[in-house]
Design a protein around this ligand. Structure first.
Ligand code: SF4
Ligand code: F3S
Ligand code: FES
Length: 232
């Protein structure tokens, strides 16, 4: 099949405005959009910039706006996109070049939630034990690959870039509900701050956008509940 890719392009320091570039690619219906982007970059226009690494939905590098929806280019098949496909950088992050966006502030917020186990008490001789039920409590939020698709699809984030954002909250949830973690009070201070979870207006775009199927809005709701009623 032939597909037409309409790609929004821009290079910081060179272009004054973004512009659309069109490319035609011969591909199989079962090829992924990432394959088509490679066909452009390798055989038509080497200046096209986009991030990718694993090509299997694990590293989180290639989230982009595909036909108006945030998705991973390596997880979406051409047959599901039609023969005219628009590709843009994720919204709300500054563009460096073409589909490559700046993750600096996203990572600052990730650091802010201290995404690691904080247990100050003396460790037991062997290991800190956890029951299967206790492990299950935060299983969903362990799946995050930090692709940014949730945060950049959130209207609350678009209107207030200081909002912690769903990705950082998902990461915080993973440790807040870990029975071995002992930093609940500190974590809730960060999550309950002015630009924390209360900026979420339960719009659900984040849940729709997540390529890992994480129930992002539900996780945010659980954090809100922990702030109001204590952790359960
Ligand atoms: Fe990506 Fe989902 Fe993690 Fe958000 S929660 S960063 S969409 S994997
Ligand atoms: Fe935004 Fe998701 Fe809340 S889209 S408003 S973080 S439910
Ligand atoms: Fe790694 Fe798509 S290239 S998730």
């Amino acid at each position: 099949m032939k597909v037409k890719l309409r790609i929004k392009r821009f290079e910081r320091g060179k272009d004054r405005e973004p512009y659309w570039a069109e490319y035609e690619v011969e591909a199989e219906p079962t090829d992924r959009l990432l394959d088509a982007l490679h066909a452009v970059k390798w055989y038509q226009d080497g200046t096209l910039a986009f991030r990718r690494s694993c090509a299997h939905g694990v590293c989180g590098s290639d989230a982009m706006l595909i036909n108006g929806v945030n998705r991973l280019a390596c997880k979406v098949l051409l047959k599901d996109l039609g023969q005219r496909i628009t590709v843009e950088p994720m919204r709300g992050f500054a563009v460096i070049k073409d589909l490559v966006v700046e993750f600096d502030r996203f990572m600052e917020k990730y650091r802010l939630v201290e995404p690691y186990l904080k247990a100050g008490s003396e460790p037991p001789a062997k290991e800190r034990l956890q029951t299967p039920e206790e492990r299950e409590r935060f299983d969903d939020t362990t799946k995050c690959i930090l692709c940014g698709a949730c945060t950049t699809s959130c209207p609350s984030f678009w209107s207030n870039p200081d909002y912690l954002g769903p990705a950082a909250i998902v990461q915080a949830h993973r440790f807040l509900f870990d029975s071995r973690d002992e930093a609940t009070a500190e974590r809730l201070v960060v999550l309950g701050a002015r630009d924390g979870v209360w900026r979420c207006r339960t719009i659900y775009n984040c849940t729709d956008a997540c390529p890992r199927g994480i129930e992002v809005t539900r996780a945010i709701g659980e954090v809100k509940k922990a702030l109001l009623l204590g952790k359960r």
